[in-house]
Design a protein around this ligand. Structure first.
Ligand SMILES: Nc1ncnc2c1ncn2[C@@H]1O[C@H](COP(=O)(O)OP(=O)(O)O)[C@@H](O)[C@H]1O
Ligand SMILES: [Mg+2]
Length: 174
């Protein structure tokens, strides 16, 4: 899918894909992770940020927070699915959530690993909600211009296909 993908890994380059829901961002992210981890044998992990936050909050009470973070950090490829974490533009991250994202992004940066992120908003949002430290690290690894995916609502498309099939089924019954 990406030509000379190993050069990405060697250079500590990543990808930041953003855009509205249903554009196929997670699909593309999964394909890249699969290519790296299944075809190329790199060690990787893909986590949904909102679910991860929930799990990590539970882990604090159980004393397993650092164990989970270390398990994530030891991968060569770290994919954060929807860094926006289900939030609307006006929503804020808690200090705990901001701390976790900083820690993960900084771990990838310091150890020169590969970060593949998807989210709904661009760097202005990253700077506003997660801070300049996080934004600058992502920019160095993932580039000045994140990849915008916009204009093709796959969920709506699948819903329309479903409707057409159901309509045919109803016509057959009546
Ligand atoms: N190229 C594609 N062709 C057909 N269906 C797709 C394609 N890309 C994504 N989808 C499907 O569309 C839905 C939304 O894709 P997803 O990657 O989750 O979007 P996003 O992450 O932008 O919200 C999923 O059911 C996914 O399997
Ligand atoms: Mg998604």
């Amino acid at each position: 899918m990406i030509l000379n993908i190993d050069k990405f890994i060697k250079n500590n380059w990543g990808l930041f894909i953003y855009g509205p829901p249903s554009q196929g961002k997670t699909e593309v992210q999964s394909c890249v992770v699969n290519e790296l981890c299944i075809d190329k044998d790199y060690k990787g992990i893909m986590v949904n940020v909102k679910r991860l936050m929930g799990d990590l909050k539970d882990a604090v009470g159980k004393g397993t927070l650092n164990k989970i973070l270390d398990t994530i950090k030891k991968n060569e490829i770290i994919a954060l699915n929807d860094i926006t974490g289900g939030k609307r533009p006006q929503d804020e991250f808690s200090p705990f959530e901001r701390g976790i994202i900083y820690e993960l992004v900084d771990a990838v940066y310091e150890k020169e690993k590969t970060l593949i992120i998807t989210g709904k908003y661009n760097y202005d949002w990253v700077e506003d909600k997660l801070g300049t430290d996080v934004k600058d690290r992502i920019i160095q690894m993932c580039g000045i211009e994140p990849i915008l995916m916009k204009g093709h609502n796959f969920r709506e498309e699948h819903g329309k296909k479903r409707d057409a099939e159901v309509k045919k089924m109803i016509q057959k019954i009546s």
